[in-house]
Structure formats: C-alpha cells, structure tokens
Design a protein around this ligand. Sequence first.
Ligand SMILES: N[C@@H](CCC(=O)N[C@@H](CS)C(=O)NCC(=O)O)C(=O)O
Length: 247
Amino acid sequence: MVKLIALPYSPWSERARWALDHHHIAYREEEHIPMLGEWALRLRTGRLSGKATVPTLLVDHGEALCDSLDIANYAEGTGTGTRLFPDAHRAAIDTWHTKSEAALGSARALYIRRLLLSEQAKKDTLPGFIPTPLRGAFSPMTSMGASYLARKYAIATDLNRHETELVRILGDVDKALGGRRHLLGDDFTFADITMAVVLQLVAPVANEYLVLSPALRSVSTEPSLAARFSGLVEWRDALYAAHRKTR
Ligand SMILES: N[C@@H](CCC(=O)N[C@@H](CS)C(=O)NCC(=O)O)C(=O)O
C-alpha cells in the first residue's frame, strides 16, 4: 500500500488526501514533524538538497512524489471515480492551481504570524503521538519549529502585501463562481479542490472533516477575510458536504 507523509492540519496535505480519497486509493498516512522530521524525509525521498516538503507520497518501487499536484495526477492515473482533470479543463486547472499556490503562500505568512503569538497553538502543532503530560517540555521546540517555518518559507515582513494578494485571488474565485457550485462548468474538478483548501487558512472547515484543536482553529482563522468572503466559505462547506468523506 502507498504511504502518504503529511501534516494532518495542512492545506497542502489536505489537497493530496482529497484527490487520493476521491479516486478511492488506499494509503497509510504518516505524520511529518516539521524541522525534526526533515532529514528523515530527505533520506526517504532521496532529496538531499533543495526544499523537502510534505505531502510526499511513497509509491511502489521506492518512488517518491513530493508535490500535492503530482500526487493528485498519480491518483487520477491509477484510481477510479470521476476525473478531476478532464482534458477540456487542463489549462484552466493549471491556472487555478498557480493561483492556489500564490494564495496559500500568502495565507501561510499571515497564519505563521498568528501562530507565533499563540503558545497553545504552537504546542498543538506537536505530533499527536507525544503524550499530554510531556507536551509542556516540548514547547521550546514548538517555538523553534514556527520560527523555522517562517525562515524556510522566507515569510516576508510585508504582511500587507500578502493580505492584498490573498484578497485579490479570493476575489477572483468569487467572481469566477458567480454563485455556481463548481469553478469549471458542471464538473467537480481539481480546480475546486485546489481553491477550496486555501480557505483552510481563512476559515477552517468543520472538525468532522479535519480535526483542529481550538487554539489551532483560532490561529487558522483570519476573521476579517472570513467575514468578507463568507460566500466562498459557504461554497467550500457545500463542496465538502457533497464530495468529501467525514473522518
Ligand atoms: N508545492 C508543494 C508545497 C508543499 C508545502 O509547502 N508544504 C509545507 C506545508 S505543509 C511543508 O512541508 N511544511 C513542513 C516543513 O517544511 O517541514 C505541494 O503542493 O506539495
């Protein structure tokens, strides 16, 4: 069985997981630990230089797919279920995916700023297998972990620029949808998935789909944007209800 190395609460990991589930691919999920898990990830994927990120899918014959889009394409090629990348929509899906990457980059900068300010949320990013009584002892590590992510993704101090970028792209989605259920005509496609996961860092989806502690839910929420784009949040919730399994 293939193995998905992922961060449970991360939108990039959710993007890959959604495509795998849509195509009924069985996989085992293993939790990645930012910073501490980086060398293990490098050794398993053979990526000794450059950025090592999750989600990463370890497929048969030891091959590693290190990007959520590659994982979604793998799912499309090997799984069953309706197509997420219909030929007629390929170019449009690529365009939406590029927008999603830009929006998530900006949303991550805003999220890390909020995370750095919340001791409880930083603690809650610790991997689930660390028992509650020991979690306090790990808190210096969580602060280092958050600062490490800020450095790794070169989180610019210009947060206004990130907010403007995120608003611009969410505005594009709103306009393109115009109240419809899907971005590309009648079909549910990867364009919907890749844009819906951006809202995870604006107004996270309900715990029945993706479990977040109260502190992580709070730092994953950007209240002003959640209110401004409440129609998009409703769209995302309807997509989850129609196309995503509960945990
Ligand atoms: N383009 C990549 C980006 C993935 C990405 O940025 N992952 C981050 C957020 S989940 C990550 O691996 N963070 C943990 C770390 O850097 O150790 C994809 O779509 O898979």
